[in-house]
Design a binder for this molecule. Structure first.
Ligand SMILES: Cc1cc2nc3c(=O)[nH]c(=O)nc-3n(C[C@H](O)[C@H](O)[C@H](O)COP(=O)(O)OP(=O)(O)OC[C@H]3O[C@@H](n4cnc5c(N)ncnc54)[C@H](O)[C@@H]3O)c2cc1C
Length: 486
């Protein structure tokens, strides 16, 4: 294709598709280097899979919320933006529910399985995964010596070979569902080992202290995106899904329902599977198109009940529950410090999310509150506010927490995750070498994509196109375009 992209339309140096953490990180870095940038976002808010809403008068986190001490990039970004973090841990006992029997255990105590051997079995299985992960290079797992063997099986297959008791298998499943929002049968062993390698241990991912869940962000995680977008001084267009990207040696043309923009480069910062819902001219090479077909999103409904006070704390409970019976098999105390109200959050995950997502909202709410009451007593039946988000119903996420590497995906398509196609570059947490699936990975990917677009070294951007966004048709950046949604 020649000529068609060189004329007429308004032009910027780079268009970023998606105002999630990855896209906004890329846009900030490009702009800081002197490039003219336009961020085009489908939703009427920034933040993507980070969404903070007010329920019963207090903020609740519908999407990403926890950060850990090992996640250097997200912590640095929060510091830079002046968003403080606070510790997540609530002292008290955890509720454990197995085979209809409710028990409690201290934070540093043994999980009270019915089968006393189950605890050691789970510990050994987590340890064995951490040991295997030593043979995997985080970021390029497809290059591992045993990649073929490990990407040829699901985590379920591995689990069945390394655990025996019902209790151990239930707890293993619970850990995997909590981490991936899918069942062990849905995810490649190599994918899991790669994440373990990138984060320093399977058990550490699941526990709160010294893990990916140690801290939260004051004001909610979406605040990071809101502040970044504000800093981009209105160069963020909302409610504008990108439909088509054409590119050739002269540049790229990004088309949406609101009009077209010409760009020297495009950074597509959307979940890997959503890449495929945009049309590309010329069509993406098969390995890239196949990539978007083979990294499905996990399934999660995040449910919040807001109470006048965190009443479970008076019972010596920390708000955490682990259960073999849903709909919410995992809960946590998600109250914000400084608020009188108490927030209990429950996760409906994987198959449960797909099933419960089809129930009428009232029925689902009743089942969630009954679940909370089983764990924390009848007071849980009467919240002053309730809200939930089924991420599978979010048109520009289509699931969560993130894309899941199914068997064979990393071997065949992994190398294409970050590989640019002509003028088109890829960002998004799914492309990260470390902490992929997490907010930290999204930030990493945004930095990497910006560096790809910038000339070598990044210093002093040399525009290939004329910065001119005066006539963006209906896609014109609008006043207040960066406000929070919800
Ligand atoms: C329920 C839930 C809980 C989570 N918990 C945690 C947690 O505790 N800690 C953690 O670190 N991570 C967590 N995550 C994951 C974390 O939220 C994500 O990894 C991160 O926010 C992804 O950022 P991103 O920029 O890569 O993608 P996104 O946030 O998905 O951003 C992509 C953006 O692109 C937009 N878009 C899509 N298609 C188009 C299009 N065609 N045109 C224009 N725009 C488009 C979307 O609207 C979106 O704004 C959680 C996620 C969910 C859903």
């Amino acid at each position: 294709m020649t000529g068609g992209l060189a004329r007429g339309e308004p032009a910027v140096d780079a268009v970023v598709v998606g105002a999630g953490l990855a896209g906004l990180t890329a846009a900030r870095e490009l702009e800081a280097a002197g490039a003219s940038v336009l961020v085009i976002e489908a939703n009427d808010r920034v933040g993507g899979r980070m969404m903070t809403q007010y329920v019963g008068g207090v903020p609740v986190e519908m999407g990403g919320q926890w950060v850990g001490p090992g996640q250097k990039r997200i912590n640095a970004l929060a510091r830079e933006l002046g968003v403080e973090i606070f510790p997540t841990e609530v002292p008290g006992r955890t509720v454990f529910h197995e085979d209809g029997r409710r028990s409690e255990y201290e934070e540093d105590g043994e999980v009270p399985f019915r089968d006393p051997g189950a605890s050691a079995e789970v510990g050994e299985a987590f340890h064995a995964l951490s040991e295997l992960a030593r043979g995997v290079s985080a970021g390029t797992p497809w290059a591992s010596e045993r990649a073929l063997e490990w990407d040829g099986q699901t985590l379920e297959t591995w689990k069945l070979g390394h655990t025996q008791s019902k209790g151990a298998r239930f707890y293993f499943d619970l850990a995997v569902e909590s981490l991936y929002a899918c069942e062990p049968r849905d995810v490649s062993l190599l994918g899991v080992l790669s994440d373990v390698a990138a984060s320093g241990g399977f058990g550490g991912l699941f526990e709160i202290e010294a893990s990916a869940e140690e801290h939260r962000l004051v004001g909610g995680a979406q605040e990071l995106a809101v502040r970044m977008a504000r800093g981009l001084r209105g160069r963020v267009v909302l409610s504008t899904p990108v439909r088509r990207i054409s590119h050739d040696g002269d540049g790229a043309l990004v088309e949406s329902d609101a009009g077209s923009v010409r760009a020297g480069a495009v950074v597509v910062a959307v979940p890997a599977t959503l890449r495929g819902r945009i049309e590309y001219v010329p069509a993406l090479p098969p390995v890239h198109d196949g990539l978007s077909q083979r990294m499905p999103m996990g399934a999660v409904i995040k449910c919040h009940a807001v109470y006048d006070a965190p009443f479970w704390r008076d019972m010596g409970l920390n708000g955490r529950a682990e259960s073999d019976t849903g709909p919410c098999k995992v809960t946590c105390d998600n109250s914000f410090p400084g608020e009188d109200a108490g927030v209990l959050t429950g996760f409906i995950l994987g198959s449960d999310a797909r099933r419960w997502g089809q129930s009428p909202a009232g029925e689902r709410k009743r089942a969630v509150l009954e679940c909370f009451a089983r764990f924390f007593g009848r007071e849980a039946l009467h919240p002053r506010g309730y809200a939930e988000c089924d991420w599978g119903k979010e048109p520009y996420a289509r699931g969560g927490y993130a894309g899941v590497p199914v068997p064979g995906f990393l071997l065949d398509h992994g190398p294409a995750l970050r590989e640019p196609v002509g003028r088109v570059h890829w960002a998004g947490t799914e492309t990260a070498a470390r902490w992929n699936g997490y907010m930290d990975g999204a930030v990493e990917s945004g930095h990497r994509a910006a560096r790809e677009v910038l000339p070598a070294g990044g210093a002093g951007y040399h525009p290939r196109t004329t910065p001119d966004d005066r006539d963006l048709s209906r896609g014109r950046p609008r006043a207040g375009a960066t406000g929070t949604g919800g």
